[in-house]
Design a protein around this ligand. Structure first.
Ligand code: UDP
Length: 331
């Protein structure tokens, strides 16, 4: 089958491209390289340097590459930035998805797997979070992801475009060979930042608050390995094609780890001391986010391969040692 991946040059998208190719799918990538890296895109994919907001070009790819399903990752994803420049997020994420759905409708492509986020839930007290928990986003980013999901619901009703929205918790780790991994500029995510210390690129890791209502006072998150995450996308794609039904699933591990536990685990993996200091809380960080992924396990038959954070951190460590400066674009 021919699959079009939007945002295929980004961290998550580039892993989807590689894993789908390994499984024998034909992959077309569309990416405007605004935050992604050409170096992370597997050379076997057909690459189109275009913007999802350019409808005619998207229709062209859907038709000329004979696309059967779309996996949609292209979006801006920094919570903090979304609070400073929310309209930039509405333009790329919400308007971009509107144009993509229009293009799919015009080209007669009726299946889409969508990269959503735990950010749609906001700061909830019920743990673990199931798909029934009310969505109350607390950031512009989360609000755009929820708006994208809602738009898909109406596009399904009106145009029969079937979607599965996957709400990710904390995606981490790297492809097993270390060829591709998490590279953001600037980097804001915990695991790559911790690993910058043993790489000699940062003096210490800052712990954003140790006065939360958690056992050790630091924030708890649910980390899921990138390869397990992509596996769920493949299962979701087949589920839509088989059942012709839209749906929503959480993707996480069901286990929570505190920032201190993550640093401790990284010390063991890297066999280096990794200096940490306590700093101020980061605005908007909920104390605890843990997913219930029971629905995905039951209905998608999703089985995770990476069940402990040390294997997630080990895979990231392998990537970062091979790519000390991450990826860079020449243009
Ligand atoms: N965090 C931290 N120091 C950092 C970066 C992140 O203590 O330098 C914490 C952050 O407050 C959160 C957790 O690590 O509790 C995961 O943050 P990340 O940005 O990786 O993901 P998020 O949960 O915000 O999506």
């Amino acid at each position: 089958m021919n699959v079009m991946i939007t945002g295929g040059a980004g961290y998550i998208g580039s892993h989807a491209v590689k894993i789908l190719l390994e499984r024998g799918y034909n992959v077309s990538v569309i990416d405007n390289l605004s935050t992604g890296y050409m170096d992370s895109v597997d050379k076997r994919a057909i690459f189109h340097n275009i913007d999802i907001r350019d409808k005619d070009l998207v229709v062209n790819v859907l038709k000329s590459d004979h696309i059967g399903a779309v996996i949609h990752f292209a979006a801006f994803s920094l919570v903090g930035e979304s609070m400073q420049v929310p309209l930039k997020y509405y333009d790329n994420n919400v308007y971009g998805t509107k144009v993509l759905l229009d293009a799919m409708n015009e080209a007669g492509v009726k299946h889409i797997v969508f990269s959503s986020s735990a950010a749609v839930y906001g700061d909830r007290s019920t743990m673990p979070i199931t798909e029934e928990v009310l969505e109350v986003p607390t950031s512009a980013y989360g609000e755009t992801k929820l708006a994208m999901e809602k738009m898909m619901k109406w596009a399904d009703i009106a145009h029969g475009i079937k979607y599965i929205a996957l709400r990710y918790f904390n995606v981490a780790g790297a492809y097993q060979t270390g060829e591709i991994g998490e590279s953001h500029n600037p980097e804001t995510h915990l695991i790559p930042l911790i690993l910058q210390v043993p790489l000699g690129k940062r003096e210490h890791i800052s712990i954003f608050g140790n006065d939360y209502d958690t056992p050790d006072g630091t924030c708890i998150r649910d980390y899921i390995h990138i390869e397990d995450l992509i596996e769920a996308h493949i299962l979701a794609m087949h589920k839509i094609i088989e059942t012709n039904k839209s749906d929503i699933f959480n993707l996480g591990s069901g286990e929570g780890y505190s920032v201190l536990e993550m640093i401790e685990s990284a010390r063991k993996v890297t066999k280096q001391p990794i200096k940490s200091i306590i700093s101020e809380r980061r605005a908007g960080d909920p104390a605890r986010l843990i997913a219930s992924s029971e629905k995905a396990e039951k209905e998608l038959k999703w089985v995770k391969k990476y069940n402990d954070v040390s294997s997630i951190i080990s895979s990231a460590w392998k990537f970062h040692q091979l790519h000390k400066d991450g990826f860079k674009n020449e243009n």
